[in-house]
Structures are given as structure tokens and as C-alpha cells.
Design a protein around this ligand. Structure first.
Ligand SMILES: [Zn+2]
Length: 52
């Protein structure tokens, strides 16, 4: 199985097992292509999770 996730910050598709960074928000897991994206997400999680 290929678990793919969407980096909520830049919109890139990332493979979960190869994600550079992983984060959580309100009990949901998010995967990021880079730690830079994770940092952005953690600063403003609401901005990136709205509408989902
Ligand atoms: Zn990214």
C-alpha cells in the first residue's frame, strides 16, 4: 500500500513513510515535504486546515 498524504502548506503529495516531517493538529496527522513546511504549519495551523 502506498500511503500518500498532501502537504497542507505547499500542496505537494508526500509519501507518508518518506515524509520529512510529521505533525498533528486537532487529532489529525499531517505530513510535510520538509521541516520548513512543518514550521509554517505550526505557526498558523488554522490557515492550512480550514475547509477540510
Ligand atoms: Zn511542503
Amino acid at each position: 500500500m502506498f500511503w500518500k498524504a498532501k502537504d497542507p502548506v505547499c500542496g505537494m503529495k508526500v509519501k507518508k513513510e518518506k515524509a520529512a516531517a510529521k505533525g498533528e493538529h486537532k487529532g489529525k496527522a499531517y505530513y510535510f515535504c520538509s521541516t520548513a513546511c512543518k514550521e509554517k504549519f505550526e505557526k498558523e495551523p488554522e490557515k492550512y486546515t480550514k475547509g477540510s
